[in-house]
Design a protein around this ligand. Sequence first.
Ligand code: 3HC
Length: 346
Amino acid sequence: MATAAAHRTAGTQRYDGREAAEGEQDAYQRAFDAAVAADERIEPRDWMPEAYRATLVRQIAQHAHSEIIGMQPEANWITRAPSLRRKAILMAKVQDEAGHGLYLYSAAETLGTGREELLDKLHTGRQKYSSIFNYPTLTWADVGAIGWLVDGAAITNQVPLCRCSYGPYARAMVRVCKEESFHQRQGYELLLALSRGTPEQHAMAQDAVDRWWWPSLMMFGPPDDESAHSAQSMAWKIKRHSNDELRQRFVDICVPQAESLGLTLPDPDLKWNEDRGQHDFGAIDWSEFKEVLKGNGPCNEQRITQRTRAHEEGAWVREAAAAHAAKHSRENPESRESRETGAQQA
Ligand code: 3HC
């Protein structure tokens, strides 16, 4: 039987450039299947089916793009935060999102796809980012609603990804989820302050929740019977739960939290179902979701224009960093050599 150890050996040989000889491919596949079945992690040097690799690159890239595009709607409020404390918190949060993007682009790099290529696909519309970031942040309360609902949905989706079968993605998710928990709490606390404030502040919090609720439910992706990738991704243990399962979990978490906040979720059909032990909720407008994915959301064009401009304006930083690294390795060939040797030994 193909063991996990055989799987590691086979993978390393493949990584070193030797194509699987005839007859070996099946053994590699069996070893990969055994490792997934045994809940072991697949690591970058392991052999993996090309479709598994492509699925991971697709999902991790979309995730990374979402993190960096997601900086825009909130950064919009940094200069207008109502106090120094709120401003410092928001700046820290937006910086965290940039960091999440970096971990994720690095995870994609371990699969052999460089950041430049992925960013080019984002800028030219060949790869997606989360639908949620195509909605505008109209008031300060939107910062709270994003923290509570958008980061809350992200945590619900991403905690199971800490057990994803691909090691570098799973490990990146552990830190991301810890930081997302802080983001969710800051959003909740911000909304609570507004909800308990003046009638105008309460109304502002309610209006933000009214606008962000349904798009947050769409973050989990299309319904299961329309989800192209779920079945295969779950078989590979990349995804651990279906889109609808996670959406339901999120609704059940939010209902009591909305009550504590003193805010109403904008769904007249939302009610506890004793038989299912879960909440029933109203129909999601999937035509809106599809339009946003096609590029017709309220802010799609603005988000990509701004992202592309930031990338172009940052070219000199990348060039300077590359020149510095080249100079450093010319001046210190030994330190480079010892780093490389050390990395091989580790
Ligand atoms: N927005 C944009 N595209 C979406 C989407 C959404 N909310 N939900 C699904 N899609 C896309 C898929 O990428 C896929 O497109 P493709 O075939 O062109 O690649 C298509 O719709 C079909 O959907 P599937 O359900 O078949 O796709 P998946 O199996 O990949 O499931 C997913 C979608 C649940 C989003 C999954 O990819 C996932 O869990 N991704 C990792 C988490 C992630 O990307 N989160 C982004 C949220 S925002 C965030 O994390 C930032 C934080 O700061 C808030």
